[in-house]
Design a protein around this ligand. Structure first.
Ligand code: AMP
Ligand code: ZN
Length: 114
């Protein structure tokens, strides 16, 4: 989608530190890490938020979670634990309107979040 920063990353129009890519998803380091490990996993297809997950695009969600599982193993945080977060909408703190999953790890993560 035009003017979407994550579509631009998916299309190699703006740079990122890429950890994984295939035909459907891309994973890259968050530019403002909130933890020692902070990776964003996104569908290449523009989906605005969780509100837009539906029957026609549901398979990408399982693919994203399989990707997250692989990355957590690659980064060796699978055993110690990590967190996956998707902020949604204004009250959820979503600042980029292209569906993304934060993979956070490498430190103890407090609960509940702010
Ligand atoms: P959210 O606030 O949940 O929508 O998450 C958006 C995330 O995208 C934030 O953690 C930002 O630091 C991150 N972000 C924004 N622009 C970029 C970029 N160009 N490269 C990597 N991460 C980015
Ligand atoms: Zn987009």
């Amino acid at each position: 989608m035009k003017d979407c920063i994550f579509c631009k990353i998916a299309n190699n129009e703006i740079p990122c530190t890429k950890l994984y890519e295939d035909e459907k998803v891309i994973a890259f380091k968050d530019i403002h890490p909130a933890a020692p490990i902070h990776v964003l996993v996104i569908p290449k297809e523009h989906i605005t938020s969780v509100n837009d997950i539906n029957e026609s695009n549901k398979l990408i969600i399982s693919h994203i979670f399989i990707t997250i599982s692989k990355i957590a193993k690659d980064l060796n945080i699978d055993k110690e634990g990590f967190r996956v977060i998707t902020n949604t909408g204004e009250r959820g703190g979503q600042t980029v309107d292209h569906l993304h999953f934060h993979l956070l790890g490498g430190r103890n993560l407090g609960w509940p979040p702010g």
